[in-house]
Design a binder for this molecule. Structure first.
Ligand code: IP8
Length: 275
């Protein structure tokens, strides 16, 4: 059996500039790809995580959830805490219904119910329900969420940190981050001289870390930094792919070569294809 964590990026599954607007066509196509991959590869144990996009981030930003409890604004913030988590639940319901339509036995688990933060990082994590779900053949679905923090009152569990935490606790060998671009670039994609990095190594320089505004959790850099200890230890391979291009999610789940960035500590044995 091979456990893989698939993160669906918030900018892929929602219109990032349009509040509470899902990209229904993308969600439905990716659900089909996941369904096909699961049927073709029976040894695949899958955990799916999705990001906040235009559901979680605008609320988290408005109520400054990521900055923790501020004594002078606590009533306002605590009101917004529930609203932020509910916005994420609405998005996750759209995703789980789309996945279920493809016959995927998805089961939602709310991160705020199984984790406690300390200074903005996951400190306590109750993974047993996830292990039990995998054992019975279910596909756990989690998402970036709010959570309570022993020192700061509350904070955000980013889907990226969650993906890495899941990889560690469930012994996953791979995380696949799906983005709305082909992978990790040397400079902001579209700018002069920007190139896709095919093989990313820990500690590599000239990596584009630019973050979109109103993203409270840190974009690409967060993903790389979160995964770095495991990648450096050779325990994890991370793949960055473009979920907007048909077929890439399916191929990546099947372990086939696909255009993107491979973040690993070992040397490449094969050149990735150009298509
Ligand atoms: O988009 C953030 O999840 P991410 C979730 O995976 C919230 O960083 C509530 C903003």
């Amino acid at each position: 059996l091979c456990t893989v964590v698939l993160k669906l990026g918030g900018s892929l599954i929602t219109w990032k500039e349009k509040p509470l607007k899902p990209r229904v066509d993308v969600i439905s196509r990716i659900s089909k790809e996941i369904g096909r991959a699961l049927r073709k590869r029976e040894t695949l144990r899958l955990v799916i995580v999705h990001g906040g996009g235009s559901y979680g981030h605008p609320y988290a930003y408005k109520y400054k959830i990521h900055e923790g409890l501020k004594p002078d604004q606590s009533k306002y913030q605590v009101y917004g805490l529930g609203q932020t988590t509910d916005a994420m639940r609405k998005l996750s319901l759209i995703i789980s219904e789309s996945l279920r339509k493809e016959g995927i036995p998805v089961f939602p688990i709310q991160a705020s119910s199984i984790s406690i933060l300390k200074d903005g990082r996951i400190d306590k994590f109750f993974q047993e329900p996830l292990e039990m779900l995998l054992k019975i053949g279910a596909v756990p679905l989690l998402w970036g969420d709010v959570a309570l923090d022993v020192n700061r009152g509350f904070g955000i569990v980013s889907g990226d940190e969650l993906s890495v935490k899941l990889a560690v606790t469930l012994n996953a060998s791979k995380i696949i981050f799906t983005l709305d671009i082909d992978g990790i670039y040397t400079k902001p994609p579209g700018t002069n001289g920007a190139q896709l990095i095919r093989y990313l190594r820990p500690g590599m320089e000239n990596v584009d870390y630019s973050v979109r505004k109103r993203d409270v959790t840190g974009g690409v850099m967060r993903k790389i930094v979160e995964a770095e200890p495991l990648v450096s230890a050779g325990k994890l391979v991370v793949l960055f792919i473009n979920g907007l291009v048909e077929g890439r999610v399916e191929k990546a789940l099947l372990g086939e070569q696909v255009v993107g960035t491979i973040y690993s500590s070992s040397s490449p044995s094969l050149e990735p294809p150009s298509r």
